[in-house]
Write a protein that binds this ligand. Structure first.
Ligand code: PLP
Length: 348
């Protein structure tokens, strides 16, 4: 038996700040700089995104993913519009109604999807079910890449969804709070997973990727970014000392830490998944394609893990969720595996 775990995998938000992001904050902390995003770091961060995505997108920064998603969706909608999402989408289940609030009432229309994934068929069914004036007009589709349960849309799936959106006059938004994990897993260019596939707006998560705080919002159709700065300000999302939000992005993107961090996190998830295979009563609930592992555990096993000090969520997806970040130590993943093995064999 191990002593109390020193590192937990309940959430990728448990991780600290990676060295590149922390060092960038220290570097940015050099004297004074213009406020509210007028500083050199913020310009450089926006340029680094344009370089990485190989396009002249509009770039904004927000403190967290809830704000990024909500404000982006609000920018794509009028209050009488609706947003099509999966029933397990973060915007539906974990944002306390913020998308509806910031859009002044745009309704979320949820589709039941496998592993939280939308399909062209599901989008079409919802978008065409009601066309009358009594129902909020479908205007946007939002996909989460990877999904809340760690599944990926392939590039072809994204292209098919985008084609359906175009045909039906819908904009396509991507919640990329773990966008880096998706890029690492698919081994593709960020551009291929977004604007080249037909995504109009991306919320690119920095927090779960190793930063202290901050998400970027990228508008690939620049006209959709009109007045977006005002939205951010009104919502309390315009950082006055913006350089501390933007400088970490510069280092994350320029050094490749964004991708390395994600590759490491994904590898740790695969390691746990492989190590738990074949244990009695233990089942993988979803394919492990990014940095999440969801295990179906007999209640006694879950209890035994908790008794040994392990923390994990069970309110997402229904099983025990383990999430990995840049800082996951392999030794600690192995300690979790050892306790899991002990508990599973004892309960069998
Ligand atoms: C974590 C997360 C977010 C952002 O959440 P905040 O706590 O607001 O930063 C958005 N979408 C998904 C799928 C997430 O997992």
């Amino acid at each position: 038996m191990n002593s109390q775990p020193t590192q937990q995998f309940a959430s990728d938000n448990y991780a600290g700040v990676c060295p590149e992001a922390l060092q960038a904050m220290a570097e940015a902390n050099d004297g004074s700089a213009p406020a509210y995003g007028e500083d050199a770091w913020t310009a450089r961060a926006a340029d680094a995104f344009r370089t990485l995505f190989q396009t002249g997108c509009e770039v904004f920064f927000a403190f967290n993913g809830t704000a990024a998603n909500s404000l982006a969706l609000a920018a794509l909608c009028q209050s009488y519009h609706s947003v099509i999402c999966s029933d397990s989408a973060h915007v539906e289940t974990d944002e306390c109604g913020a998308p509806e609030f910031f859009s002044n009432g745009s309704k979320l229309l949820v589709a039941r999807g496998e592993g939280g994934k939308l399909t062209p068929q599901a989008i079409r069914a919802i978008a065409t079910a009601r066309r009358d004036i009594h129902f909020p007009k479908p205007r946007v589709v939002t996909v989460t890449q990877p999904t809340e349960t760690g599944q990926l849309y392939s590039l072809q799936e994204l292209r098919n969804i985008a084609a359906t959106c175009r045909e039906l006059g819908l904009s396509l938004h991507m919640d990329g709070s773990r966008f880096a994990n998706a890029c690492a897993a698919l081994g593709c260019e960020p551009a291929d997973m977004t604007w080249r596939a037909g995504v109009d707006v991306l919320c690119f998560g920095g927090t779960k990727n190793g930063m202290a705080v901050g998400e970027a919002i990228l508008f690939f159709r620049r006209e959709q970014a009109e007045d977006f700065g005002y939205r951010c300000k009104q919502a309390g999302q315009l950082a006055s000392k913006m350089r501390y939000l933007s400088a970490p992005w510069v280092r994350m993107l320029e050094t490749g830490a964004w991708l390395r961090n994600a590759e490491h996190a994904n590898a740790c998830a695969r390691h746990l998944a492989e190590g738990s295979r074949g244990l009695p009563g233990v089942e993988l609930m979803f394919p492990v394609q990014a940095n999440a592992v969801f295990l179906k555990l007999p209640p006694a096993v879950a209890e035994a893990l908790r008794a040994r000090g392990w923390r994990f969520y069970t309110f997402i997806g229904g099983g025990a969720r383990f999430m990995f970040a840049w800082d996951a130590r392999l030794q600690q993943v192995n300690a979790l595996l050892a306790d899991l093995r002990d508990a599973a064999l004892a309960a069998a």
